[in-house]
Ligand binder design. Structure first.
Ligand SMILES: O=C(O)CCC(=O)C(=O)O
Ligand SMILES: [Fe+2]
Length: 210
């Protein structure tokens, strides 16, 4: 079912979400809400903490529909469907059509990096922790380094990103720091953090083109 909808929605384009898209959007929001509540409870916060921070509000919660053409590069070319990255926000919910390609690296600071395939489970979503959550929890929740490799087959996916509202102060949570483990990052407004991340990404992309 995911597959049918993903192919359909990707061809229709991101702006034309009809009722099938809306139903999925509602389901993504519902799953996201449950997850944010569980994370809040695990962090000894009030259950609705992340919702109050705007985690499920528009436009910070948004759905991205993706299509990977699937062509394989030549052996000496390092071709990626999506190069190694971690998502910027709190959490990402990902639905794929079952075509392999997504890989994660568990120990992102260790060299050489070891990449593992993420196996598809019918009807299940893949959840990635984002960098903002890593920062907020003082690295207690680590963001997931991931990439998409071409496998010679067209691939569709839908990623639902949950970020806090832009005026939310992201400051080390009380349950995540102590005298022996002080806050590693200064407080920052979510909007400023995201703006800087986008600026750095687009700057380095531009530099690699020019
Ligand atoms: O398509 C996928 O499986 C991953 C997409 C992704 O990582 C992203 O959009 O940030
Ligand atoms: Fe991602």
């Amino acid at each position: 079912m995911y597959k049918c909808w993903l192919i359909y929605a990707c061809f229709r384009g991101c702006y034309v979400l009809d009722w099938i898209g809306c139903v999925y959007l509602i389901r993504f929001r519902c799953a996201g809400n449950k997850l944010l509540r569980l994370i809040a409870l695990a962090l000894k916060l009030e259950e609705t903490f992340f919702e109050r921070m705007g985690g499920l509000d528009k436009p910070t919660a948004y759905l991205r529909l993706l299509r990977y053409p699937g062509e394989l590069g030549s052996a000496d070319e390092d071709v990626c469907g999506a190069s190694a990255h971690s998502d910027y926000g709190m959490i990402t919910l990902l639905a794929t059509d079952g075509v392999q390609g997504l890989q994660i690296c568990r120990e992102k600071f260790k060299q050489p990096q070891v990449w593992e395939d993420v196996l598809h489970l019918d009807g299940a979503l893949i959840i990635n922790i984002g960098d903002m959550m890593e920062r907020w929890t003082n690295c207690m929740f680590r963001s997931t380094l991931h990439r998409v490799m071409p496998v010679g087959q067209e691939r569709f996916s839908a990623a639902f990103f949950l970020d806090p509202k832009h005026d939310c102060l992201v400051e080390c949570l009380e349950s995540c720091c102590s005298e022996s483990s002080p806050a590693r990052f200064p407080p920052i407004l979510s909007g400023d953090y995201l703006k800087e991340r986008f600026r750095l990404t687009y700057k380095s992309n531009l530099e690699s083109i020019v």
